[in-house]
Design a protein around this ligand. Sequence first.
Ligand code: ZN
Length: 227
Amino acid sequence: MTESSKQRALVVLSGGQDSTTCLYWAIDRYGAGNVGAVTFDYGQRHRVELECAADIARAAGVPHVQLPIDTFAALGGNALTDDIDVESGDSDTSGLPNTFVPGRNLVFLTFAAALAYREGYGTLVTGVAQTDYSGYPDCRQETIDALRTAISLGMEFELAIETPLMQLSKAETVLLARDVGALDAMALTHTCYNGERPPCGHCPACVLRAKGFAEAGIADPLLERFV
Ligand code: ZN
């Protein structure tokens, strides 16, 4: 890996608020010509996420790749791939919400690294946040650091993993979106765990998103779109 490839960044884009903010953060930092996006089709129930990701990448003017991973849906047992009510509570005794898909971020980042290797991107960007209300263990900085080490060793590839949202509150993430010019693209994002457009407004993801925009004092462009 050369120093110049470090200046090329591949963003893991889910079609949601956080990864879209990361996409514009990367464009602001590296330039649109040095940024690409990858989205994983892991059998998510809400297929609208995939359309949103494609629309966002198109609007941002960056190349976009969608890759299939059908293993998580085959494993089942979580509210993102199965027909389980998000608000019904925990999926098991771990105390984690039923939206936790064990291993998802680890697999996403590993496949993203494989694509980065092939396409000459020296940096991955992911929207994970330690402050995430759900406490997903694969969103911790420690997990990301360990994974980066494993990927660099296992692929003989000096990969950087940037996590611009890691320490930010939801409100700070909204302010960052504004600062990097991502607000217009927020109208194209999808967050609602119930897969509704306009968003349902009461699922945990909608509530968290609304709280972030309210605390930042900024109207959510996604809601404005449906007024
Ligand atoms: Zn919702």
